[in-house]
Design a protein around this ligand. Structure first.
Ligand code: FEO
Ligand code: CA
Ligand code: CA
Length: 531
């Protein structure tokens, strides 16, 4: 398969050269069918509009926005990211729980803190921010072909940076069996026993991180000045950086230490041939690794073995405490899991270009991993890897990996981040060019962040079509299909991220002088893409 050629060829026929993208973006119509690899599908031209743009045939509706009340006392949080859906009852797919992550705050919009003034946040400001993160559990329902959040349902609730959450297996971390809160919730997953997994990514920004010197002596590195809460609340950094299991049916919440501690992007859950549960996970930091956890069980993630991918050896390498190299380095198995990155480096995990979301093609069973970019290695556009497990068994310790799609001008997919597959096995990818780089330097021709549709079979297999584009400074995140495949739930995260108190860069969706509002939208998928 030659996954990169089609769009580029069609595009060059039209423009003569790729740098004409900006010129095209300023033309009257933002759409051209010359970018389309599908006879019925016309893609968007990259642009810098402050709107949610959709390709013809798609339509959208805002489901919920930041600060919308979800009951008498709680509000929908800020910077919605991962979205997942679980029907209450398998006989009715049209009513159930929607889980939405709230990743981080824009201090000025949420608490009124102005980072450029260089002052620490007040306790009142920190309290507002801690309430705005974590996740929302929402009761949603489809009626008359439209999904709605039932905003006063007693089933609605928030989990935030105060919620007490136990560690799995009754483990004690830094002297406590309970962590207070979850935040930095990026992507996630869903288990077969109907619980949500929410992943703590850039946890170090708020309560800092513990560093170790060559003699194992600890020191504390403070959180980021614009994000930190630690001058008002003392919490061990080791209580964060985990995958958190949220069961909306039992209200049991736990942090899964067996899955390791790092900048957890997402958690793609599947079953091995013998029924054990397997979870694939990226560590979203430049030159960090791709992991999988193989549970000992068919109905729990409490106990199992964590593995790291070696692309050089095409093998999964276990992080087991009986390995003398690891036993010499770490005091206990838990200590090893808390410092997963160091353990992975010792056993030879392959450094990758910010491994982010991972999903499994439902038709072929192949595992796909998005790597966003790596500025340290001067690879600005990212790539999508394909992993084929030996015998297509997710418990296999051997795999074949290859690059499925190289980000850049040829594929037009720049900085792939989130991934989803529809029922037909076609891929949907969202991009994450960081807000301060959109429209500049390497990224000047590629418009705002977008959603791409990539057919996986037929003559256009592997050719990406830009089907949605977000407003200014935003990322489109958390793609999640409704059970009938007719609706794609999508987060419009951090519109106006580059704003300061003096300059608001996006006013989506209300326009005028309004503040931007991170929101979840329901996008209707055209019928011809569902057949
Ligand atoms: Fe929160 Fe790696 O994106
Ligand atoms: Ca992400
Ligand atoms: Ca990202």
């Amino acid at each position: 398969m030659e996954p990169f050629s089609g769009n580029r060829r069609d595009f060059l026929l039209f423009t003569g050269r790729s740098s004409a993208l900006i010129f095209l973006a300023s033309c009257a119509s933002p759409i051209t069918n010359l970018l389309s690899p599908n006879s019925n599908l016309t893609g968007l031209i990259p642009s810098f509009d402050d709107q949610l743009l959709l390709a013809p045939g798609f339509s959208s509706k805002i489901l919920i926005s930041w600060n919308d009340p979800i009951n008498q006392k709680e509000y929908f949080g800020f910077n919605n990211d991962f979205i997942a859906y679980l029907p209450f009852d398998d006989t009715n797919p049209d009513e159930g729980y929607m889980w939405v992550n709230h990743e981080y705050v824009h201090p000025y919009f949420v608490s009124g803190h102005i980072p450029e003034e260089g002052k620490l946040k007040t306790k009142a400001q920190v309290d507002i921010e801690m309430k705005a993160l974590g996740g929302s559990i929402l009761h949603i329902k489809k009626e008359n072909n439209e999904w709605t959040v039932l905003k006063n349902s007693p089933k609605n609730r928030r989990i935030d940076a105060y919620t007490p959450i136990t560690f799995a297996n009754n483990v004690s971390v830094k002297g406590s069996k309970i962590a207070y809160g979850t935040y930095a919730n990026c992507a996630g997953g869903v288990t077969p026993w109907k619980s949500f997994l929410t992943c703590e990514e850039n946890y170090q920004n708020c309560f800092g991180e513990t560093l170790y010197n060559e003699n194992g002596l600890e020191s504390h590195e403070a959180g980021r000045i614009d994000s930190a809460w630690e001058h008002h609340y003392k919490r061990p950094p080791e209580h964060y950086g985990w995958v958190v299991e949220i069961n909306p049916f039992t209200n049991k919440f736990q942090k899964l230490t067996g899955l390791g501690r790092f900048s957890h992007e997402g958690a793609c859950v599947t079953k091995a041939k013998d029924g054990r549960i397997v979870v694939y996970m990226g560590d979203d930091k430049a030159d960090e690794c791709f992991y999988k956890f193989i549970s000992n069980s068919k109905d729990s993630l409490d106990e199992g073995v964590l593995y790291v991918a070696s692309l050089e050896k095409q093998k999964w390498i276990p992080l087991t405490y009986d390995n003398p190299l690891l036993k010499n380095k770490f005091k206990t198995k838990l200590d090893m899991l808390i410092r997963t990155r160091e353990a992975a480096q010792i056993v030879g995990g392959t450094p990758l270009d910010r491994p982010e979301d991972c999903e499994i093609d439902p038709i072929t069973g192949h595992v796909y991993l998005n790597c966003t970019n790596n500025s340290k290695q001067k690879r600005p556009f990212g790539s999508i890897y394909k992993f084929i497990e030996k015998n297509n068994d997710y418990a296999s310790l051997d795999f074949q990996s290859s690059v499925f799609l190289q980000g850049g001008e040829d594929s037009l997919v720049i900085c792939p981040d989130n991934l989803a597959f529809d029922k037909l096995g076609n891929m949907w990818v969202t991009t994450d060019i960081s807000e301060d780089k959109i429209g500049k330097g390497d990224y000047k021709n590629f418009g705002n962040n977008a959603l791409f549709y990539i057919p996986m079979k037929g003559m256009n297999a592997g050719k990406a079509v830009r089907v949605a584009q977000g407003p200014k400074d935003c990322e489109l995140t958390g793609p999640c299909f409704s059970p009938d495949g007719k609706t794609l739930f999508l987060s419009v995260q951090h519109p106006g991220e580059g704003s300061t108190s003096k300059n608001i860069t996006s006013h989506w969706p209300l326009g005028g002088d309004n503040m931007p509002m991170p929101s979840v939208v329901a996008i209707s998928i055209p019928e011809y893409l569902r057949k």
